[in-house]
Design a protein. Sequence first.
Length: 309
Amino acid sequence: MQTKPFRIGTRGSPLALAQAHETRARLAEAHGLSPDMFEIVVLSTTGDRITDRALAEIGGKGLFTLELEQQLLSGGLDFAVHSSKDMPTALPDGLEISAYLPREDMRDAFIGRTAPKLLDLPEGAVIGSASLRRQALIRRLRPDLKVITYRGAVETRLRKLAEGDVDATLLAVAGLKRLDKEKVITEYLDLEHFPPAPAQGAICIEARIDDQRIQDLLAPINHRPTYEAVSCERAFLAALDGSCRTPIAGYAISDGERIRLTGTILTPDGTVHHSIEAEGRCADGLSIGWNAGEKVRDKAGPGFFDGWG
């Protein structure tokens, strides 16, 4: 019988903490345990500490998970809670994504200071985003805008927006909802014209593959449709060798029997893009995602990704 609290690893941002608390609440309810049986352990990651440069310049997504994964492998944590879109497609040996919570809204939010909608921004307006995908999609829709790299926690970005550093910014709807900040959204960007990052809006839980006790603990809170959809999206990303250096968008929808994937790759300036749709059985989700990634890569041609990072 468990006598010590399970140790949940997380980053220290308000959004990361909200996700860790949601995970703790779901586990406590699923197992009839006191929330006190789950200790939230906050770690600072390299990605949190370096905020003055684009992720592509300092190593990509893994900078938000490295310290947490080191503690997982050493036994200092029982499991870790992440924003799924921050997860590299290749995980350290011995670790896996064991569960996903039910996915929130996967769309991007536009928050405008000088105009309420992206297409309404005045010519030459400044829009800030840290995501190469968002930057490329903005340039595809509005090549006249000045797009700058704009990092930091949600609260930091909103404060800098209010202070006039930029005319607008983009954030994930899911994060704003989890922080009870949905009211700042001035436009919800539709999936057709502004597809999300693979895995956007989903919280995942990473654990040691061989720790059956923790795997059994997490199994009841795993949301199967989210698990199937995001696994398909991550396979699409993996086939394209996706990282923070490449503008890649994609989302899948699972109804429990069939899964449908839509994927897009863009050049950083947004001038060239290629899209693909694929559908099949949920049981084949990984191969559907992987094959779609290979097909869109072939469609784009051998030089498409050259010289990006």
